[in-house]
Design a protein around this ligand. Structure first.
Ligand code: CMP
Length: 133
């Protein structure tokens, strides 16, 4: 069993896509272990996206993730990290295949609807950051 962490981003919440997105994870067979709606502060966003601090899109990324409430979840299942990344699609909505969340609902970055952990190490850090130990 593996756990991963996802954020349904402000643009997806604003468009009323929370249920649709959670449904896709659930119908795949992943279990929702924790779930909450919250806002991400700029300070936490700077830490969460710290590895992008030198990128030109960093200010826009911070603005997008702090623009409104988000829904965060811990999902569990065999190979949960890889399954979730397959379900959400490529980071760039232009490259995300139809049938994926980004391929079906997103047009361009940074508004790609969902963030998901990319490795077991990242998942552990992000789960601790947003849900505590
Ligand atoms: P996410 O999976 O949350 O991880 C980093 C985020 O940065 C990514 O989704 C996008 O929202 C954003 N991002 C990545 N590349 C670009 C880009 N070229 N321009 C704007 N935003 C980007």
């Amino acid at each position: 069993m593996e756990q991963t962490f996802i954020i349904i981003k402000p643009e997806a919440v604003a468009r009323g896509l929370v249920g649709e997105i959670l449904k896709r994870f659930e119908q795949k067979g992943l279990r929702i272990v924790r779930l909450k709606m919250d806002r991400i502060s700029e300070d936490v966003a700077r830490v969460h996206y710290g590895h992008h601090a030198d990128k030109p899109f960093f200010p826009g990324l911070l603005a997008a993730i702090t623009a409104g409430p988000v829904v965060m979840a811990i999902l569990e299942g065999p190979n949960a990290i890889a399954h979730v990344r397959n379900l959400i699609g490529a980071t760039d909505p232009l490259k995300a295949a139809p049938g994926t969340i980004r391929g079906d609902f997103a047009l361009e970055n940074p508004y790609n609807m969902v963030h998901a952990s990319d490795s077991p190490e990242t998942a552990a850090v992000e789960i601790e950051r947003f849900f505590g130990a």
